[in-house]
Design a protein around this ligand. Structure first.
Ligand code: AVI
Length: 322
């Protein structure tokens, strides 16, 4: 496993520097924006885990139900001697039942930026599946380096596993770039198993992103807390509120933080003014139709073989081949 850690230059942590630049450039735009990847610091990740268990947030539960109901069909679509690659694997919990169901899998290659999380997940899976070859790759799956470890892994076919509707947090152009980069890492006969949230009744969608326990509101506002802690900003959290709404034309749920007054915020010598009612756009969660996602996959070189959904058509898992 590659465990290289970048040392800070001149006492300035490069990660903090990039975070600062992203925050300053996002808040300098006409529509103030913050990249959604920064929602996931330690407390943001814990809050997201709580969101996944909420009654109002159907996404995680529905995906898990499809997996458990269709596992046999998925394993038979994948076939024997497959290498499963999971970009952004985190704690690798979703893949475990699939790995158990597969016939003589050639291996499992989780990729994640956190070596600690990967090592713990590898130990857990290895204890359950002692004969499985696991190659944990530490790094950002949108960069090339982690994929360079792939050619050493021999298999009849490679299957990229990308669950959780993570693709929904990429805007359509970026989603297309990411899916096309997946296709380029694969060869003819290889495949992609990917989960997407489906377009549906706005009432269901808006309830999922404005849950009654207000965990999503805390998740959203945690981003301002993080900017205060890590960049020394002076956001007054009581002066911002959470707002999520469905945008029917863009087919997405947008998450914003609304300024409750005219106010100014200071971040490392920069001042940002907010009008009352002005928002910071913090996340998009795109919702697809079955046909729409099939078309997107086709445009980047994948041909869809199966689409498994729940009885209410709230969520889909797609199996597509190169
Ligand atoms: C991680 N991602 C798929 C979640 C979603 O539904 O877009 C993030 C999330 N944001 C608010 N609630 C959940």
């Amino acid at each position: 496993m590659n465990m290289a850690i970048n040392p800070p230059h001149n006492g300035v942590d490069p990660e903090v520097q990039v975070f600062l630049q992203d925050v300053i450039s996002g808040l300098s735009r006409d529509q103030k924006t913050l990249p959604c990847k920064y929602l996931y610091d330690e407390s943001g990740s814990r809050l997201f885990e709580r969101i996944c268990e909420l009654k109002d947030y159907y996404v995680t539960r529905t995906e898990a139900d499809i997996f458990s109901g269709k596992l046999e069909q998925m394993a038979s679509a994948i076939g024997p001697d497959a290498l499963i690659i999971e970009p952004g694997a985190g704690n690798c919990e979703k893949v475990e039942p699939l790995l158990e169901e597969l016939t003589s899998p050639a291996g499992y290659m989780p990729m994640d930026i956190s070596p600690e999380i990967l090592l713990a997940a590898r130990a857990r899976i290895q204890a359950r599946l002692p004969n499985l070859h696991i190659h944990a790759a530490v790094g950002d799956f949108t960069a090339r380096a982690v994929w360079d470890e792939l050619p050493a892994m021999k298999a009849r076919r490679r299957v990229i596993f990308f669950p959780g509707s993570t693709i929904g947090n990429f805007d359509p152009d970026q989603a297309s770039v990411l899916l096309s980069s997946f296709a380029n890492r694969l060869s003819t006969g290889d495949a992609l198993l990917i989960g997407t949230d489906l377009d549906k009744d706005p009432v269901v969608l808006e309830r999922a992103y404005n849950d009654s326990e207000q965990v999503t509101a805390r998740f959203n506002k945690n981003l301002l807390k993080r900017i205060n802690t890590e960049l020394g900003a002076d956001f007054d959290l009581s002066m911002f509120s959470h707002r999520s709404f469905y945008h029917p034309i863009r087919q997405r749920v947008e998450m914003h933080l609304v300024s409750l007054a005219d106010q100014s915020v200071h971040i490392r010598g920069e001042t940002f003014h907010f009008r009352e009612g002005e928002t910071i756009h913090t996340e998009n969660s795109h919702k697809y139709t079955l046909e729409g996602f099939k078309t997107l996959l086709k445009s980047v070189g994948f041909s869809t073989a199966y689409q498994w959904t729940d009885p209410s058509n709230h969520y889909a898992i797609h199996f597509a081949e190169v």
